[in-house]
Design a protein around this ligand. Structure first.
Ligand SMILES: Cc1cc2nc3c(=O)[nH]c(=O)nc-3n(C[C@H](O)[C@H](O)[C@H](O)COP(=O)(O)OP(=O)(O)OC[C@H]3O[C@@H](n4cnc5c(N)ncnc54)[C@H](O)[C@@H]3O)c2cc1C
Length: 374
């Protein structure tokens, strides 16, 4: 019998893992990837949808037609996970595995933030970004709040990018002078592991008159105001929200989580042998962002390939990754962060430039070609 590798989630982590395994071991494995969705969308595409740079249809990468040796992609919803038995139940049946990888990402929990509604006043889901892209043209004066409702959340720089892109959007429409922009973020600085990046972002906020409120989160949104967790309130005519993130309920119910996320070490194996967690669903000591999910996937792939070849698995999650940051004015910065090489994270900040836009475009198209063959 071929070893059965079951990957839950076809996002950044699941796509990279199935591709890496297929590339090397192909038909000698039975790789099943399960996702409830019919298409993948890069996280950064949601900002493009929000500000009308791309349509939702243009950024969807449908799973249909993806063909890789040894890989079956199934559109099913995972309803239960038994990590001890490595058995997974979906709306279509049951799957058993020799190796189980949880790559189900992070979900949104709006129940604890009154006034925030999925698909309406948040830009972290595709329906939310689409809805707000229709609201933005009507915002011509008043107070806009870009507000984060809890940490950790996906892509730490995204709210800063949103505030800077909103500034440009309003300038282009000639209404910036009639609008205020405030950015509320529970973190102590925009990108805490990279002081250089944080300094550059705070300088950009100051230059553009964006009011930056660190160390606070949005506790509730009411008509005309956003309430913060320190008891203060901001006037708010337009709310662009980042909902509180959480591990998917099915993962919590499986007993895999502690303090809300799945704890893993440098091999990404959970406390259950043969069960791994990668990407946003895991607490691995790195941020919830695409490249960190991808590097975790590569680590698991390397160790599984070694194991199936009867070699000693030796790969460790490098804890490295880069984030592209939209600074407005068509310029993009990049920060490269290394979490595990030294006693403290180290980072290299690449100043915003138009050249880095081409870099970001290549980042997307390389993955589209690698994962989707298009
Ligand atoms: C606005 C925004 C901007 C971002 N910008 C960037 C950026 O510029 N760079 C960057 O690196 N990262 C960015 N990110 C973060 C990035 O998108 C995530 O960190 C990354 O996608 C995590 O990969 P993952 O594999 O862990 O989860 P995901 O990519 O979220 O994949 C999880 C998959 O699991 C599936 N799933 C969930 N529950 C179930 C279930 N019960 N049954 C079946 N399937 C299920 C989902 O459909 C999904 O396809 C951004 C995110 C957002 C929201």
């Amino acid at each position: 019998m071929k070893p059965r590798v079951l990957i839950l989630g076809a996002g950044f982590g699941g796509l990279e893992l199935s591709t890496s395994l297929s590339e090397v071991l192909g038909e000698s494995l039975e790789i099943t990837v399960i996702d409830k969705s019919d298409a993948f969308v890069f996280g950064f595409s949601k900002l493009d949808i929000l500000f009308g740079r791309q349509t939702a249809a243009a950024v969807r990468l449908p799973y249909a037609g993806v063909a890789k040796p040894g890989v079956k992609l199934r559109r099913e919803t995972v309803t239960a996970i038994d990590p001890a038995a490595r058995r997974v139940t979906t709306d279509a049946g049951t799957h058993e595995a020799d190796v189980l990888v949880i790559a189900l990402g992070a979900d949104y929990d709006v129940s604890r933030t009154p006034g925030i509604t999925l698909g309406e006043n948040e830009f972290y889901s595709v329906p939310g970004a689409i809805h707000l892209s229709g609201v933005l043209p009507g915002f011509k004066k008043g107070h806009a709040v870009v507000g984060v409702c809890g940490a950790p959340y996906k892509c730490p720089p995204a709210p800063s990018e949103c505030a800077l892109m909103l500034h440009d959007y309003l300038v282009q429409r000639g209404v910036r002078g009639d609008c205020r922009i405030a950015l509320v973020n529970p973190m102590s600085s925009p990108v805490p592991p990279s002081p250089d990046t944080s300094r550059a972002l705070m300088a950009a906020f100051a230059e553009r008159g964006i009011e930056y409120l660190p160390g606070r989160k949005v506790a509730a949104v009411e008509p005309g105001r956003a309430l913060l967790d320190d008891g203060s309130a901001l006037p708010c005519d337009l709310f662009l929200g980042v909902p509180k993130n959480r591990a998917p309920e099915v993962v919590v119910a499986s007993g895999l989580t502690e303090d809300g996320w799945v704890p893993v070490g440098r091999t990404l194996e959970t406390k259950f042998p043969g069960v791994y967690a990668i990407g946003d669903v895991a607490n691995s000591g790195t941020p919830k962002a695409g490249l960190f999910a991808e590097n975790a996937a590569k680590t698991v792939a390397a160790n599984l390939i070694a194991r199936f070849r009867h070699e000693e698995p030796a790969a460790k999650n490098p804890g490295t990754g880069s984030c592209y940051i939209e600074f407005g004015g068509d310029r993009i910065a990049r920060v490269d962060i290394d979490f595990f090489s030294g006693p403290k994270p180290t980072s290299a900040f690449h100043e915003p430039s138009t050249a880095l836009r081409a870099d970001k475009r290549a980042f997307g198209s390389i993955r589209r070609a690698r994962w989707f063959g298009r």
